[in-house]
Design a protein around this ligand. Structure first.
Ligand SMILES: O=C[C@H](O)[C@H](O)[C@H](O)COP(=O)(O)O
Length: 231
């Protein structure tokens, strides 16, 4: 689930800074969420100014925004390689592990972000943490919600079915599935938890992104700081 907060100016600085990395001919992964949206808008402006790229959307929302601002799109199913992906995060740890999926887009985001030669995370300072401790979104097949809920409890997690805000009933993802937001407290070993979650039957994808981010661009009042995985 989304945590409210984070300055929009900081998100915009991060998004625009990351969009500057994109060069002519690139296939670009277009992340989902309020921070990635700033990057998509900046890319739309760059395309208007002559940049030649094609975008790969990670959700209906990023696809619609890309169309609105004039970023040419290609279907994920038609690409084998992505040059750079720009995507937001709900939380970023010191070692660049991420929690994503506040907008329930993490399944497609993970495919796109993992396929990118360069995966750039954009964030505001409210997303930074030494250890991940937010709830982990887990997308599940609708008929597996009960069995996965039980399995999450056996992993010492507390699952909550994500409810829709302007519709009765649960959130249904772009893929037609449901989301369990799973509380694990402070996650000392995200890689181990990621493996445990990935092996549960009925789990389509979870929102732990471990060893995927190449760099994180964090917007501040007076500029942008960049942290790299190889530093
Ligand atoms: O499912 C949504 C995505 O993982 C978003 O990238 C994430 O929730 C961050 O979104 P925002 O930039 O709006 O905080």
């Amino acid at each position: 689930m989304k945590t409210p907060g984070g300055s929009d100016a900081a998100k915009r600085r991060a998004g625009e800074h990351a969009a500057d990395l994109v060069t002519d001919g690139d296939t670009v992964g277009l992340g989902t969420g309020s921070t990635a949206a700033h990057a998509i808008r900046a890319l739309g402006q760059a395309v208007e100014d002559g940049l030649d790229i094609r975008g790969v959307a990670t959700s209906y929302a990023s696809r619609d925004l890309a169309r609105e601002v004039g970023v040419p799109l290609v279907d994920l199913g038609a690409v084998e390689r992505i040059d750079v992906a720009i995507d937001g995060a709900d939380q970023v740890s010191d070692d660049l592990a991420l929690i994503k999926g506040g907008g329930a887009a993490h399944a497609r985001e993970k495919v796109v972000d993992a396929a990118a030669e360069r995966f750039v995370v954009v964030a505001d300072p409210s997303k930074e943490a030494s250890l991940l401790d937010r709830s982990v979104p887990v997308e599940v097949l609708p008929d597996a919600r009960g069995t996965v809920r039980r399995a999450i409890r056996e992993l010492d997690g507390t699952p909550t079915l994500r409810a829709a805000e302007r519709k009765d009933g649960p959130v249904v993802t772009d893929n037609g599935n449901l989301v369990l937001d799973c509380e694990f407290g402070a996650i000392s070993d995200p890689a181990a938890l990621a493996t445990d979650l990935a092996t549960l039957p009925g789990v389509v994808e979870h929102g732990l992104f471990v060893d995927l981010a190449d760099e994180v661009h964090v917007g501040h009042a007076d500029g942008v700081t960049v942290r790299r995985a190889d530093e």
